[in-house]
Ligand binder design. Structure first.
Ligand SMILES: Cc1ncc(COP(=O)(O)O)c(C=O)c1O
Length: 387
């Protein structure tokens, strides 16, 4: 089915921050498969874990205990403030778990139509529940009727947030700590703090979608650990398997036991192979030096970018956290991705005019410099590219 507008390049090999196409041309990867290969392509520890597990046992189903899944759960719980984990296969699936968990939590409290607060600019995935939580009209309209039970508010509006207390049946708030697809827009600490206080006061669950911000992307295992606000529910995927599909919904406190036997399930989720890959990722990310690279790489990119940008007026704003970097431009953004690709650099444009950079944590300082330089050059050439 023609659901993707694909670029005319096929990559056949990758190492670290480099990809090679079928003609042998190298590319500097500033996208990491959309925030997935956070440890770089074919990270030796992850590759070894996958190889070894594939020789031993790939799949058994959740009808039986899965030691590797129990181990991964314990590792994630030890590394976060969470108490329990459910494993699935993608970000959208992880959010479906969170949505069901919030509704179950509501029904346990005799809330008739449990409702979840979500934000303008949000992206939570393409399955029907996650899509209903997502903001983009264009994505939603062709698939109406939407799943009910969501209220949407503007991010950052603390007054609007506080006025929600008059609405009945709210059970949870679901937000991305940094909105990814929405244009790399971090929520402020002040706003996140206000969310936490309101949720505490109202007994609502605070749920963070860390599908994109998680797994080292923002310079901590999970972004909440940098932002100082602890959610009740945390969903993740993308970088968790460094390319091997796995998602997780983690929960703490009362939320951790809201879903009970028979309430949710998946055939593949948390398979021995997926969990072996994810354990290798989580153990690799336990290295604080590696996590600290996020800000160092970011600084190198921005330094080179600033040094080579011909006209500062072409940049509206630079946003993000760690290696989630958004550069909103005032020049026409169409064609920038293809032009960069032709020059051997992989970038992305989201929300119309924001260049999104999601390079891997293993990128060298030289490569970071090269990436910043290339992006500046592309912006310098934007008027000709658009013409
Ligand atoms: C914040 C966020 N949530 C959910 C998803 C959906 O994840 P998946 O594509 O694995 O279903 C994405 C994907 O981009 C995302 O960025």
């Amino acid at each position: 089915m023609r659901t993707y507008k694909q670029l005319p390049v096929a990559f056949v090999r990758g190492r670290g921050a480099t990809l090679w196409d079928s003609q042998g041309k190298p590319y500097l990867d500033g996208l990491s498969g959309i925030a997935v290969t956070n440890l770089g392509h074919c990270h030796p520890r992850v590759t070894q874990a996958i190889e070894e597990q594939a020789r031993e046992l790939v799949h058994t189903s959740n009808l039986f205990r899965i030691p590797g899944q129990e181990q991964l759960g314990a590792e994630l719980i030890a590394a976060t403030a969470m108490d329990t984990a459910f494993f699935c296969n993608s970000g959208a699936e992880a959010n479906e778990v969170a949505i069901k968990l919030a509704r179950r939590y509501g029904h346990d409290r005799h809330v008739k139509t449990p409702t979840i607060v979500v934000l303008e600019g949000a992206f939570h995935g393409r399955t029907l529940g996650a899509l209903a939580a997502t903001a983009g009209e264009g994505m939603r309209k062709p698939f109406e009727p939407m799943v009910p039970g969501f209220i949407r508010i503007a991010p950052g509006d603390i007054e609007g947030l506080n006025s929600l207390t008059s609405q009945k049946d709210i059970v949870a708030v679901l937000v991305e700590p940094v909105q990814g697809e929405g244009g790399v827009r971090p929520l402020s600490r002040e706003y996140l703090g206000a969310l936490r206080s309101l949720c505490d006061q109202q007994n609502w669950l605070l749920m963070f979608d860390e599908v994109q911000t998680g797994n080292g992307r923002c310079g901590a295992l999970y972004a909440y650990q940098r932002l100082g606000v602890i959610p009740d529910v945390l969903t993740t995927a993308k970088g968790l398997g460094n390319g091997y599909p796995i998602g997780a919904c983690l929960a703490k406190g009362e939320a951790s036991s809201a879903l009970r036997a028979g309430d949710h399930g998946t055939t593949y989720g948390g398979s021995p192979l997926a969990c072996a890959a994810a354990s290798a990722v989580v153990n690799t990310l336990a290295d604080p030096h590696l996590l600290a690279r996020a800000d160092v790489i970011r600084d190198h990119i921005l330094k080179a970018f600033g040094d080579h940008l011909a006209n500062p007026a072409h940049v509206v704003e630079i946003r993000g956290l760690g290696l989630m970097l958004g550069i909103e431009v005032s020049v026409p953004a169409t064609g920038l991705v293809s032009a960069a690709l032709e020059q051997g650099t992989i970038i992305n444009v989201t929300a119309g005019n924001t260049i999104r950079l999601l390079p891997p944590l293993v990128m060298s300082n030289d490569e970071a410099h090269q990436l910043g330089h290339s992006v500046a050059e592309i912006i310098n050439q934007a008027p000709e590219i658009a013409a």
